[in-house]
Design a protein around this ligand. Sequence first.
Ligand SMILES: CC(C)(COP(=O)(O)OP(=O)(O)OC[C@H]1O[C@@H](n2cnc3c(N)ncnc32)[C@H](O)[C@@H]1OP(=O)(O)O)[C@@H](O)C(=O)NCCC(=O)NCCS
Length: 231
Amino acid sequence: MISPLLSLGSVCVVPRNVHPLGKSQAMLREPFTIADLGPAGDAAIDQAAAQLLEAFPGWMETLAAARNEVRELLAPDHLCLAAFDGEQVLGWVGAIPQYDFAWELHPLVVRADARGRGIGRALVAALEARVAALGALTLYLGTDDDGDTPGTSVGGVDLFPDPLAHAARLEVIDHPAAFYRRLGYVVVGLIPDANGPGKPDVLMAKRVGPAVVRPDAAPGTAGIPDAVLRP
Ligand SMILES: CC(C)(COP(=O)(O)OP(=O)(O)OC[C@H]1O[C@@H](n2cnc3c(N)ncnc32)[C@H](O)[C@@H]1OP(=O)(O)O)[C@@H](O)C(=O)NCCC(=O)NCCS
């Protein structure tokens, strides 16, 4: 497990493979720190923008466009957290308050040479804690299955007439949905053909606040009135 050490709004994370004894030097990694990206300034914003361009080549074409994308997430009502090794940005995550009680995670990227060190997991965990502290109950995201070959069982197929049946039995071939599943996110829906024929967006979500159930809810109905269940 990763050990987060909270201090003044930032999270110091020691990767689990750091061990003072018994590990080869090659296995040792520097700790990284998670903090808001904005105060780190223009150089950090440029690094974050470059990572966006590299990870999502079809999304935007120029560093200037990527920089604008990062800057939008620095607005006071948004969140933008980064993992730092000194002045190096190892990865970052943004979030937008789309509903009163649900934030959208968007985007998430870890620098290519820093992947597999627990940075993505730590960024998402830090974001969950931040949005929960702001009153969110749910953190959700869309992760497109829009590659040349399908990354999941819902890519490359006609999802109608029953997209939810496809969502319920979604299997990952090679797709970030597997990463989010490991972090506790579940598939809550699909946007069929969001990125072209057979290229859906996979919607995933996780509860980050307390479960809220109406006090008069009957077991299994989750508070839906009888009149709705049996009109
Ligand atoms: C997806 C991404 C953010 C993961 O970051 P990361 O720092 O490499 O992930 P972590 O090291 O924290 O991995 C956390 C867990 O997820 C698993 N995991 C990571 N990427 C995975 C993938 N693509 N498929 C399956 N599992 C994955 C790891 O094995 C690890 O599992 P464990 O802790 O149970 O052993 C990173 O690969 C990335 O930036 N990719 C390009 C951009 C992208 O796809 N962003 C998400 C789009 S919605």
